[in-house]
Design a binder for this molecule. Structure first.
Ligand SMILES: Cc1cc2nc3c(=O)[nH]c(=O)nc-3n(C[C@H](O)[C@H](O)[C@H](O)COP(=O)(O)OP(=O)(O)OC[C@H]3O[C@@H](n4cnc5c(N)ncnc54)[C@H](O)[C@@H]3O)c2cc1C
Length: 626
């Protein structure tokens, strides 16, 4: 054992650790009966927690040297999952959770069996976008030897994490879950990594897994047109100097991102305003807000993340809020990973894996607890579910605790809709910042801009030097502004019009052969369970399997059948209609999960395991090959 690792160090490590994961890893390594005798960590009282910490320290001191790295059997994993949860893991949940634990390399990945048909000569996939999704697709294709090129309009890899450089930009889901399941331990420096660290991570993955040299930066796809005679896609890119270049590909995977099209509101008088206007995607690291009167329009994830650091420097900040959000605290948010915890990750076999597991189990009951209204509860006069109302109570108490003696603020800050029906926002000192003398919260709607600032509907004028439109993204304009034309020149936009975009499994559209989307319509998994980077892997593996069938059967193209597309969407709409996103009508028109026709647009209504079962392999009957 390292000489600095003495008993006090181990005690600090155990105390700072994810105790449920620590117990799971130690149990896996020692089969210690005392560890098994205790119930789930979340339910332990103080005395039992202290006992557990003591036992963990003792085992780390006496047994660590004998614990070897090994892959536990499924039976063992299941036993430990049950120990962690305190209830048996349902069969249908096991596989997806086990894969997320990542005891074996490359879970959620598709491998072509030995003896598979060779990839036809010259076959190439064009991946559009070098964010997390595009890189997930690239790594999948790299592993199975299907040639590809990643076209990215930006100047670097990273997508969201390249375009956002505003103060305090960071993930609001734990770093340990916001990573690819195919990679090994990543030494995140903070529990919720900052944007720059995430961007570097994505690039490092691209380099490590061989995707980097396939990335073509400065290639903005303007048009993709299917050439039916040759079964290829003809692509037109615009380069940064305005030049247009043409390329072709046998298949396209759009990984263009849901949050890559900034939305700025159309406010009268914008041309008169003499100050500076920017969207958070335009924030540069040298932007100095000192001495400036800043307006932050919007209280979504970005507006909430940047307020406190901006308020700390600016002369004055006015926050313009249209709809209150449920803004909640997260344990360890903004905190560096302690040296002792890092040591546990590096030295205790299984600790990192079980941390991944415990990081997601807190989210695993979202679906039934918050998203599906409970008729029995509603019949008693309740709203959505009992858990939903308990969460509401907790969050209201939290708001009170943050704003202290400011009843004027309280009434403006409590949403009238249930928590979780819109994307949860994590507090980065937002409520506290509102209590500063130099910060005002305005809820009167913005009427117009003037040369000096903003005029609100109550006829008040707010003087502003810098106007930050933290107003989100054009999420409903999937793939926009690129134009796609499928069979017989059919435009994707026309195919989707007049309703909002739809897709089969979020990935395919009939009459658009060899065309796939990652994070397409209704892709957003909302029920917790596993993280977005792992979903990107699952979707990438699904696409890779479609290509595999293409090669095996000697076809040139694959598309989803019209019938399968319609059936899938009819079922999805029926399922979605019953969910809290739609049932809680009080925020529906301002909820980007829901489209203009009142159907789910971005989100998916299915519970994690059900969604995984649908997506782990293509259903041959739903696809048409030619
Ligand atoms: C501020 C912010 C914070 C977030 N935090 C979290 C979080 O904590 N946890 C979480 O799970 N999710 C979070 N998200 C969601 C986040 O977008 C996804 O997690 C993830 O980054 C999406 O990856 P992507 O590859 O699909 O899209 P993106 O990261 O948007 O990448 C898409 C890429 O495609 C490129 N592109 C688009 N169109 C074209 C074209 N026509 N031609 C060429 N290139 C094109 C873009 O330039 C971009 O690089 C956050 C989003 C934002 C905006």
């Amino acid at each position: 054992m390292d000489e600095t690792v003495d008993t006090p160090f181990l005690r600090r490590a155990a105390q700072a650790s994810d105790l449920a994961a620590l117990r799971a890893a130690l149990y896996q390594g020692t089969r210690d009966g005392e560890l098994a005798a205790l119930g789930p960590v979340a339910a332990l009282g103080e005395a039992d927690r202290a006992r557990l910490v003591d036992r963990a320290v003792h085992l780390l001191e006496t047994r660590l040297a004998d614990i070897e790295w090994r892959v536990p059997s499924d039976a063992e994993i299941r036993e430990i999952m049950d120990l962690v949860l305190g209830v048996p893991t349902r069969d249908e949940h096991f596989e997806v959770r086990r894969n997320f634990l990542r005891f074996t390399p490359f879970p959620f990945q598709f491998e072509r069996p030995e003896g598979s048909a060779p990839v036809p000569r010259g076959f190439e996939v064009a991946i559009i976008g070098a964010g997390l999704a595009g890189i997930a697709m690239a790594v999948q294709l790299e592993r199975i030897g299907i040639p590809y090129v990643v076209y990215e309009r930006g100047h670097e890899i990273g997508g969201t994490w390249s375009t956002h450089k505003y103060p305090d930009i960071r993930v609001d889901t734990l770093s340990i879950t916001y990573e690819f399941s195919f990679d090994d331990v990543h030494p995140w420096t903070e529990y919720f990594a900052r944007g720059g660290e995430v961007r570097s991570y994505i690039e490092s993955i691209a380099r490590k897994y061989g995707a980097f040299e396939h990335v073509r930066l400065g290639h903005d796809l303007e048009e993709a047109r299917f050439d039916e005679e040759r079964s290829i896609w003809r692509l037109v890119f615009r380069r940064p100097d305005g030049e247009r270049v043409e390329r072709s590909a046998n298949a396209i995977v759009s990984a263009a991102g849901l949050f890559s099209k900034p939305k700025k509101p159309d406010i009268p008088g914008i041309e008169e305003f003499q100050g500076r206007v920017l969207h958070p995607t335009q924030w540069t690291q040298d932007l100095d807000v000192r001495g400036k009167r800043v307006a932050v329009v919007g209280n979504g994830s970005s507006g909430v993340q940047l307020l406190a650091p901006v308020a700390a420097e600016a002369e004055h900040v006015t926050v313009f809020q249209r709809t209150p959000q449920w803004i909640s605290p997260r344990p360890n948010y903004g905190r560096p990973v302690e040296r002792e915890v890092r040591w546990l990750i590096d030295h205790l076999p299984g600790y990192w894996n079980w941390c991944r597991y415990t990081s997601i189990i807190a989210l695993m009951t979202w679906h039934e607890d918050y998203l599906v209204p409970d008729p029995a509860w509603e019949a008693k006069g309740g709203h959505i579910t009992q858990k939903s109302e308990e969460l509401r109570g907790f969050l209201v108490d939290y708001i009170r605790s943050q704003i202290g003696d400011r009843p004027d603020l309280l009434e403006k800050l409590i949403p009238d809709y249930a928590p979780m029906v819109r994307r949860p926002v994590v507090d980065n000192g937002w409520y506290k910042a509102l209590t500063r003398d130099d910060v005002d919260l305005v809820t009167s709607p913005i009427a117009r801009l003037t040369a000096q600032g903003i005029e609100t509907a109550d006829e008040k004028r707010h003087e502003v030097d810098l106007l930050v439109f933290a107003t989100g993204f054009e999420v409903d304009k999937f793939l926009w502004p690129a134009e796609y034309h499928g069979e017989r020149g059919l435009s994707l936009r026309d195919y989707w019009a007049p309703e909002s975009p739809r897709a089969y499994l979020g990935m395919m559209v009939p009459r658009f052969p060899n065309f796939f989307m990652l994070y397409g319509p209704n892709s957003q998994p909302v029920s917790g369970g596993i993280s977005l980077p792992s979903w990107f892997q699952i979707w990438a593996a699904w696409i890779a399997q479609c290509l595999h069938v293409l090669f095996e059967e000697g076809h040139a193209r694959v598309a989803v059948s019209e019938q399968a597309f319609e059936d899938y969407n009819a079922r999805l709409d029926a399922e979605g209609a019953g969910m809290a996103f739609i049932q809680d009508t009080r925020s529906i028109e301002r909820n980007y999960y829901v489209g203009p026709e009142g159907r789910l647009l971005v989100s998916n209504p299915y519970e994690t395991a059900e969604l995984y079962a649908m997506m782990k392999a293509p259903d041959r009957d739903d696809l048409e090959f030619a």
